[in-house]
Design a protein. Structure first.
Length: 328
C-alpha cells in the first residue's frame, strides 16, 4: 500500500444498553427485543485505502484487511471476508451494481484498515460499529469513483441486513429499538452521561445467553420480561444520573451472571463505589457498564477500577455520541 494512496475514513460509536427487555422465545427461537440504546464516544474507525491495481467490475473490491487494536482481542482470524466491515463494503458495491445505472463503473480495489477501540465480543456492538463506519466510508468511495452515492436511507436498509445493532451504530445518539432492535425511534435526552466500562477476560456467547435466559425463566416465574421503557425515557429527559441509574435494566444480566459468576463480584464492588449511579452488564456481556454521577466521578471511578482489576481492560466514555460519520 502506498503512503500516497487515496483514503476514505469514517468512524462509528460503541453503544451501551440503558434498557434491554427480552421477550419470551418465539416459535422460531428468536426473541423480540425492546432496547434503549445510547452511543458513546469510544469510536471505531474504518479506512478504505485505494490500491494501485486495475479496476474491477465483478466480485469483491476488497483485497484484504488489517486491524489494529486499542483493546486486547480474544478472537483469531478477525481480518477475513466474514468480518462485518468487509461485508459492509461488499454490500455497498453490490447495491451500486444492482442499481440499474445506465453505465456501471469498474471500481478500484481497496484494502480495509480498522482501528478498534471498543471491546471485541463485549456487548458494546464494536463489530456493528465497524460495519456502520465501513458503510459510510464505502459510500464516500462510491461518490468519488462512480460519481454518485447511495445515500443515508439506502445505507440504513443495508445496515439492517448486516445485523441487528448496525442500524443504531449508523444512527447514534439515544434511541428506542424494537423488533430485533433495528426498528429505531430517536429519544430525547438532556445533558451528557459519563461512563466507565470494564471488560473481564471471560467470553459470553450471545446465543447461549439468550438460551440460558429461557431456561432460567422456565424455572423461575419471577423472571418475567421487562419491556416497558417509560421510566428510562423520563429519566433521560431530566438529565439526572441517579434517576437514570435507578431506571436502567437488563433482562440478560441474570443469564450473564449465571454463566460467569465473577460478574457478580464486579457488579457489587463497582456498584458500591462513591460516584457510581448504577453498575450493570452491558448487553449480553461480559462488559460491565458503570454509570457515574458526573465527569469527575467517572475519572475517579476509572482509577479505582483499574487499581482493583489491573488485568482487566477498562476505559471511560461519554454519551450520547453521533452515529457513523465521515472523518474530517
Amino acid at each position: 500500500m502506498s503512503n500516497g494512496a487515496q483514503r476514505f475514513s469514517a468512524s462509528a460509536p460503541g453503544k451501551v444498553n440503558l434498557h434491554l427487555g427480552v421477550g419470551e422465545a418465539r416459535s422460531d427461537g428468536y426473541h423480540d427485543l425492546v432496547s434503549v440504546f445510547q452511543a458513546v464516544d469510544r469510536r471505531e474507525t474504518v479506512t478504505l485505502v485505494v490500491q494501485d491495481a486495475p479496476p474491477v467490475s465483478t466480485g469483491s473490491v476488497v483485497t484484504g484487511m488489517t486491524t489494529t487494536f486499542g483493546v486486547r482481542c480474544p478472537e483469531e482470524h478477525i481480518d477475513a471476508p466474514f468480518n462485518l466491515a468487509w461485508r459492509a463494503v461488499d454490500a455497498v458495491v453490490d447495491e451500486y451494481r444492482r442499481s440499474g445505472a445506465e453505465v456501471v463503473t469498474a471500481l478500484p480495489p481497496v484494502h480495509i484498515e480498522v482501528d478498534k477501540q471498543v471491546f471485541v465480543a463485549g456487548g458494546m456492538a464494536g463489530g456493528s460499529a465497524d460495519a456502520a463506519a465501513a458503510l459510510v466510508a464505502a459510500d464516500a468511495y462510491l461518490a468519488e469513483f462512480a460519481g454518485s452515492e447511495l445515500g443515508r436511507d439506502t445505507l440504513h436498509r443495508l445496515a439492517a441486513q448486516l445485523g441487528a445493532d448496525v442500524p443504531f451504530s449508523l444512527m447514534g445518539g439515544t434511541a428506542l429499538g424494537t423488533g430485533r432492535g433495528d426498528e429505531l425511534v430517536e429519544m430525547l435526552t438532556r445533558g451528557s452521561t459519563h461512563w466507565v466500562f470494564l471488560n473481564p477476560k471471560v467470553g459470553i456467547p450471545t446465543g447461549q445467553a439468550f438460551g440460558l435466559l429461557d431456561d432460567l425463566r422456565h424455572n423461575d416465574p419471577a423472571l418475567v420480561p421487562r419491556l416497558g421503557t417509560a421510566t428510562v425515557a423520563r429519566a433521560l429527559t431530566r438529565g439526572d444520573a441517579h434517576e437514570l441509574g435507578r431506571a436502567m435494566h437488563n433482562d440478560l444480566e441474570a443469564a450473564a451472571t449465571t454463566m460467569r459468576p465473577i460478574l457478580v463480584e464486579i457488579l457489587a464492588f463497582a456498584g458500591a463505589l462513591p460516584g457510581v449511579a448504577r453498575s450493570m452488564v452491558s448487553g449480553s456481556g461480559p462488559t460491565i457498564a458503570l454509570l457515574c454521577r458526573d465527569a469527575a466521578a467517572a475519572e475517579q471511578v476509572l482509577g479505582q477500577v483499574r487499581e482493583r482489576y489491573p488485568d482487566y481492560e477498562s476505559f471511560g466514555a461519554t454519551g450520547p455520541s453521533p452515529g457513523a460519520q465521515a472523518a474530517q
